[in-house]
Design a binder for this molecule. Structure first.
Ligand code: AMP
Length: 220
């Protein structure tokens, strides 16, 4: 089914997991600007080196850079039948650029899902996160795959605390989310495209809520 989705949520709201499940369910590619930027960082490309300056401080990478990345990615053939944007847009300028891109192709978003989680909960979740330096898989000190061995259970890579997952950086990312990204909720609400989903609780329960919301929108 062709579906064009945006998933929003503060850092640590669980976007990554929910996005993966939605993509599997609807057979659309997941476009995560955070993943694209992290890969560029790992490969030390010009983009990666530039992005790192901002990411390690918890700041947003400049709009023109991320807008360019998404514009190019949306032209790929696998996006013709829909896509899921994870972590984009994050500013009003990005949202307006996205509207313009879609309009050029005579399409629009079907739905924007906001995964709602309180800030304190988010800080707890993120500072316990450990990311595989090999494949990027996320583990957690209190739940999910064990981090006890310090190695990824998928590829055996070393598990590390990402620079941007340190508590001070997490607080900064939350401030940026509040200032720059939260205003997008009103933007999409006014367009009748927003659905808010409670992101607290066991992952499977959150998934059920998210899927129900998206399926309702897909049918209407
Ligand atoms: P994420 O994994 O989505 O939390 O993204 C990690 C970091 O990448 C963010 O803290 C930003 O520095 C950068 N980033 C990802 N997506 C965007 C975006 N749409 N606009 C600006 N910066 C972004």
């Amino acid at each position: 089914m062709a579906i064009r989705l945006v998933v929003m949520g503060a850092p640590g709201a669980g976007k990554g997991t929910q996005c993966e499940r939605l993509c599997r369910r609807f057979g659309v590619p997941q476009i995560s600007t955070g993943d694209i930027l992290r890969e560029a960082k790992r490969n030390k490309t010009t983009l990666g080196v530039k992005a790192e300056e901002f990411m390690s401080k918890g700041l947003l990478v400049p709009d023109d850079v991320v807008i360019g990345i998404v514009e190019e990615r949306l032209l790929s053939r696998d996006c013709a039948n829909g896509f899921l944007l994870d972590g984009f847009p994050r500013t009003l300028d990005q949202a307006e650029a996205l509207d313009r891109m879609l309009k050029q192709h005579s399409t629009r978003l079907d739905l924007v899902v906001s995964l709602d989680v309180a800030e304190d909960e988010v800080v707890k979740r993120i500072s316990g996160r450990r990311t595989c330096s090999g494949c990027g898989e996320i583990h957690h000190v209190s739940f999910g795959p064990a981090v006890g061995t310090g190695r990824c259970d998928k590829c055996g890579g070393a598990l590390v605390l990402r620079d941007d997952d340190r508590e001070a950086t997490v607080r900064e990312r939350l401030r940026v989310y509040r200032d720059k990204t939260a205003p997008l909720l009103a933007f999409y609400e006014a367009k009748g495209q927003l659905v808010r989903v409670d992101g607290v609780g066991p992952v499977d329960e959150v998934s059920t809520r998210v899927l129900a919301a998206v399926e309702r929108a897909a049918r209407s």
